[in-house]
Design a protein around this ligand. Structure first.
Ligand SMILES: Nc1ncnc2c1ncn2[C@@H]1O[C@H](COP(=O)(O)OP(=O)(O)O)[C@@H](O)[C@H]1O
Ligand SMILES: [Mg+2]
Length: 212
């Protein structure tokens, strides 16, 4: 079976890339062999794992540098069903270009504010550019830190409609469990009852992605 190569990107910091990467990675790990490549030089995903000593709940996490990213993605996707890449928050980095030219799908987490959508517009350009060499690249935005799932403002709908990249039906609500998991060095799956709503958010995204 071929692997699914999924990059989590946004040029803006703090939109939820690492939160989404770690927790999707934990969910995918329950479905098949999974590896999370930490391509962010700040290594937040790697630090997350160090908190817990990575005792099994987190996906397997490896660091990578720009010069090796293609080879590593290729190599890892020979041996893993799911390869996730947590990307650095730059638009012009070599590593982002290389990752986008070599994955099946990108997820772009954004906060549900028009300002955040506009700040992410450069991503649409980067995706278009990558499609020159990677024409099958699929790209979706993922709404993160939603307060009321179905109550997006009209200005938000208008901002999203201007954006060429479609939005996943499922997103992440703002939940203490996502922060607790980071503090405790685990995924939301490890939090038991405290994490059950967060797990539902993540599972819904995984099922949607696998259905696309
Ligand atoms: N859905 C959420 N609910 C609550 N806190 C969140 C959520 N998503 C992200 N956060 C918090 O927001 C901050 C930034 O998230 P992070 O995943 O580190 O973003 P990025 O990797 O894009 O810089 C972190 O403190 C994280 O715990
Ligand atoms: Mg990060």
């Amino acid at each position: 079976m071929s692997s699914l190569r999924l990059a989590i990107v946004n040029q803006k910091g703090g939109t939820g890339k690492t939160t989404l990467s770690i927790n999707l990675g934990a969910g995918f790990s329950q479905r098949g062999t999974t590896v999370l490549l930490d391509a962010d030089p700040q290594e937040s995903a790697g630090h997350w794992a160090k908190v817990s000593g990575n005792d099994g709940d987190l996906p397997h996490i490896e660091g990578v540098v720009a010069g090796e990213v293609r080879e590593r993605i290729q190599h890892l996707s020979d041996a893993h069903r799911y390869v996730l890449i947590d990307c650095p928050p730059h638009l012009d980095s070599d590593i982002l270009r290389r990752v986008l030219s070599f994955v099946d799908m990108v997820l772009i987490p954004i906060q549900p504010s028009p300002l955040d959508v506009w700040a992410s517009i450069g991503m649409a350009g980067a995706v278009q550019e990558a499609r020159v060499s990677n024409p099958d690249l699929r790209a979706y935005m993922v709404l993160n830190q939603q307060d009321h799932r179905n109550a997006l403002s009209r200005s938000m709908h208008e901002a999203l409609a201007d954006f060429e990249i479609p939005v996943l039906r499922n997103g992440l609500a703002r939940r203490a469990a996502f922060r607790s998991a980071a503090l405790e060095g685990c995924s939301v799956y490890r939090l038991g009852k405290r994490g059950s709503s967060a797990v539902n958010d993540i599972e819904a995204i995984i099922e949607e992605v696998l259905d696309l």
